[in-house]
Design a protein around this ligand. Structure first.
Ligand SMILES: Nc1ncnc2c1ncn2[C@@H]1O[C@H](COP(=O)(O)OP(=O)(O)OP(=O)(O)O)[C@@H](O)[C@H]1O
Length: 253
């Protein structure tokens, strides 16, 4: 098991955003988390990525305890996240955003860089190589130097995924990467997600409202409702689960 979320509860005031959530993900798996609005999906990703700390329970990744770790530490352990509300600097180019992500999250401290100038330079060459490789992989070559604020929405969503990939994660967290996209853009994103797993071997946790996509590409699906896991399993099994059908009645998603 690469990631293990054990009995996690997250409380805001009197409200349980998550209630005893247990979930595990194997290396190389593509696992989706679905559920109606407010079910706790983003809260779960926030706990895994260290933005929130569970009120109770435990999260481990490859033997590291993430329960109280900071987002920076968690990134260094090999987990990166593409945000639902794009977290890019609109006044910087695609290339600059990706380089900045590596500098912010992965670079050792400035004193170290000053003392070991040669090593810092080698690191910069490596940063550039990784970033160029991601730009190529995500087919962002035509936009390398373009300011992110000037790009169409669908391309910006793709840059947001590229920003996370530039951190060379072992586990990639995707929070609604296809929200608001046209059909064609969605198809492209699906292809990228499948390629990320196939070619880079990255484990993926996907939050997505488009159930057609989820059922098509996931190895396993977890269904959250009111902060609890109400079903888990292969997509075709989960889709038949009466509790899932009930949670989705009325087109709540
Ligand atoms: N920072 C916070 N403070 C207070 N309550 C919060 C906070 N973050 C989330 N919640 C509450 O926790 C519950 C779960 O929210 P969350 O955003 O995790 O759901 P979600 O499944 O991601 O929803 P959506 O599909 O709408 O993004 C909601 O009732 C929400 O109002």
């Amino acid at each position: 098991m690469q990631l293990q979320v054990k009995d996690v509860t997250l409380t805001f005031g009197g409200l349980n955003a998550l209630s005893g959530v247990t979930l595990s993900v194997n290396q190389g798996e593509l696992v989706s988390v679905i559920g109606p609005n407010g079910a706790g999906k983003s809260s779960l990703l926030n706990c895994i990525s260290g933005f929130y700390h569970p009120t109770r329970g435990e999260i481990t990744f490859e033997g590291h305890d993430l329960t109280h770790a900071s987002p920076h530490q968690i990134t260094r352990y090999g987990i990166a996240r593409a945000f639902q509300n794009i977290e890019l600097f609109s006044g910087l180019s695609v290339l600059e955003n990706l380089m900045l992500a590596r500098h912010t999250y992965l670079r050792y401290n400035l004193l170290h860089a000053a003392l070991f100038f040669g090593r810092a330079q080698a690191e910069e060459v490596e940063n550039r190589r990784v970033v160029e490789d991601v730009i190529d992989f995500m087919e962002l070559e035509p936009y390398r130097k373009a300011l992110v604020g000037n790009l169409p929405y669908g391309v910006r969503k793709r840059v947001e995924v590229a920003r996370a990939l530039a951190l060379e994660p072992k586990l990639l967290l995707l929070d609604e990467p296809m929200a608001g996209m046209t059909l064609e853009e969605k198809e492209d994103m699906v292809r990228f997600i499948l390629d990320i797993r196939a070619e880079r071997g990255t484990t993926i946790i996907l939050i997505e409202h488009d159930l057609g996509v989820v059922m098509d590409i996931s190895d396993r699906v977890y269904v959250l409702d009111f902060g609890e896991v109400i079903a888990e399993g292969p997509p075709e099994v989960v889709a038949q689960n009466p509790r899932v059908l009930e949670a989705y009645v009325g087109g709540a998603v």
